[in-house]
Design a binder for this molecule. Structure first.
Ligand code: HEC
Length: 171
């Protein structure tokens, strides 16, 4: 009965492999289960900016935004309190707010917060490329859903960012 013993062994092997592959953790001893959980969390994202482990890694799509080319006209009338703050409250802070954590961020990256002028300028270049308009391009990847700013609102955002470009972070 040599053959059937081999057959039995391969069935056991295949079953084991399938169990591993399909992550059937229930039947594994507890330490292995913990390793399995750690591995599956580790695998779901490598992105240190992701607010939860279920958020996708930052997609490359957004990196495609271009610098708007916006300039700061002398005597620009676009102010933080008068325009940028209400703009951010209307279109951005339901996801990008320093007070929001975990799933409330709807996967908006950590440290990408639009609730203060400092927070915005720290990622000024990214915001320009994601949401602002200028002579070179109208960037529209943000917001990804919900009410969307008009091109003129995006142009004003670009202008304010340009007027404060010396305060942009370097990341
Ligand atoms: C519905 C939630 C939501 C809203 C509203 C929203 N965002 Fe985002 N934002 C996200 C998510 C999710 C990502 C990560 C997406 C990705 O990288 O693919 C992101 C990424 C970004 C990034 C990083 C892009 C980069 O350079 O990698 C910037 C900057 C940004 N958002 C700015 C804004 C601005 C400005 C607004 C308002 C005009 C806004 N977002 C509105 C969810 C949101």
């Amino acid at each position: 009965m040599h053959g059937s013993r081999d057959f039995g062994a391969s069935v056991t092997f295949i079953r084991g492999a399938v169990q591993l592959l399909t992550c059937t953790r229930a039947r594994l001893p507890v330490p292995l289960m913990l390793v399995g959980i750690a591995v599956s969390f580790g695998c779901s994202t490598d992105d240190p900016l992701a607010p939860t482990s279920t958020c996708p890694e930052e997609s490359d799509g957004l990196q495609d935004g271009e610098a708007s080319g916006a300039l700061c006209p002398p005597g620009s009338a676009v102010t933080y309190d008068g325009f940028v703050k209400p703009f951010m409250q209307q279109y951005c802070t339901r996801c990008h707010d320093s007070q929001l954590t975990g799933s409330d961020r709807q996967c908006a990256p950590l440290a990408h917060d639009c609730d203060t002028a400092e927070g915005i300028l720290k990622i000024g270049e990214h915001i320009d490329e994601a949401a602002a308009a200028g002579p070179d391009v109208v960037n529209t990847s943000m917001p990804p859903s919900g009410p969307r700013p008009t091109a003129d609102e995006r142009r004003q955002l670009g202008e304010w960012l340009a007027c404060n470009a010396d305060a942009w972070g370097t990341e």
